[in-house]
Design a protein around this ligand. Structure first.
Ligand SMILES: [Zn+2]
Length: 330
């Protein structure tokens, strides 16, 4: 019943009419991975951030039909105060730098002539290794162990029920998500040893190559930074490491693509907040023009360009339309 009501509301396009009256701002969608067969990657990336190719295509077609999809430049001018266009505005962003963005999502975006911004985890692209959260997902989803004997704390956590497994995964994520660089690698290696798993390298790298990233730029797409090693930046207390995550990641990407990197997307919203005043100061000083959070909501004119809200793109087409059409009231 509720779903039928949602569909009716979407089809009636009442919200389109009201949101025009409200000038409710820009809806910035946050995507991660788009796969032909999402089930093949659930253990490696996590089931909640993979869109099927088919659903993604329908979602982008829906946006291209009913909304003005803004480029980075158009978004920047609207956010800084230029008058919005008559049509409702959205932006499309991708976090992390997965190779499927290039192989699966890009052809769909290109066929529809739609702009997008790709935030890449510079360290993961450079090393061709997945971001830490993929290895944590894989460890807990593929382990045959019934108990996690945490060798760091001595705590034993059961893994038999799905709920236990999710809790253990979250506990490990909270520990590893604040680490950077070598400490992060060591913690991951220890976890994989505890759970008797290894990363299935036969699947190939999940990440784009720099060549792929350069092709995105060549095709007119905006590439931004998603840090070096994907930590929660508000929890990184070492200023040199924090500078590296924000400033060095920008310089590495710029060097590889020979184009200015103007956007940043804050990683790891497992912890809130995922940025703080020190982080914002580094962002400002490094010359970024826009920075995107994972806080849900619309972006209004004259909002702080360094703390832009985004919208979660649900994995089903119907839910997506509902979010799109009611975004103004969120
Ligand atoms: Zn991310």
């Amino acid at each position: 019943m509720w779903n039928r009501l949602k569909t009716l509301a979407v089809n009636s396009r009442i919200s389109s009419f009201t949101s025009k009256l409200l000038h409710c701002g820009i809806g910035i969608y946050r995507y991660h991975s788009v796969q032909e067969n999402p089930a093949d990657y659930e253990n490696l990336i996590g089931p909640t951030i993979i869109h099927s190719e088919e659903v993604f295509k329908r979602q982008i077609e829906f946006l291209a039909t009913h909304y003005k999809i803004l480029s980075f430049n158009e978004g920047l001018s609207q956010i800084l105060g230029e008058k919005p266009s008559g049509k409702r505005s959205v932006m499309i962003t991708f976090d992390d730098g997965f190779v499927d963005n290039f192989r699966v999502a890009l052809p769909i975006l290109k066929a529809l002539g739609v702009p997008a911004i790709f935030f890449v985890t510079a360290g993961a692209v450079e090393s061709r290794e997945p971001p830490w959260f993929c290895r944590v997902q894989n460890a807990f989803r593929s382990t045959k162990e019934k108990v996690w004997h945490d060798s760091l704390t001595g705590v034993k956590r059961p893994l038999t029920e799905n709920g236990d497994r999710s809790e253990a995964l979250l506990a490990a994520s909270r520990r590893i998500g604040v680490l950077t660089d070598g400490a992060q690698g060591e913690a991951l290696a220890l976890l994989e040893k505890d759970l008797q798993v290894s990363w299935p390298t036969e699947k190939g790298s999940l990440m784009m190559t720099w060549e792929d990233v350069r092709k995105l730029v060549h095709d007119g797409y905006e590439v931004g930074s998603h840090s070096l090693s994907h930590p929660n930046l508000a929890r990184v207390n070492d200023m040199d490491r924090l500078r590296a995550e924000i400033v060095t990641s920008k310089h590495i990407i710029e060097d590889k693509i020979q184009t200015e990197v103007r956007g940043f997307s804050y990683p790891n919203p497992i912890f809130q907040p995922h940025w703080d005043d020190t982080v914002l100061e580094f962002i400002r000083q490094s010359g970024y023009q826009l920075a995107f959070t994972s806080v849900s909501g619309m972006v209004r004119q004259k909002d702080n360009p360094y703390t832009l809200r985004r919208l979660w793109a649900p994995l089903s087409f119907q839910e997506f339309c509902w979010v799109a059409e009611t975004a103004c009231f969120r």
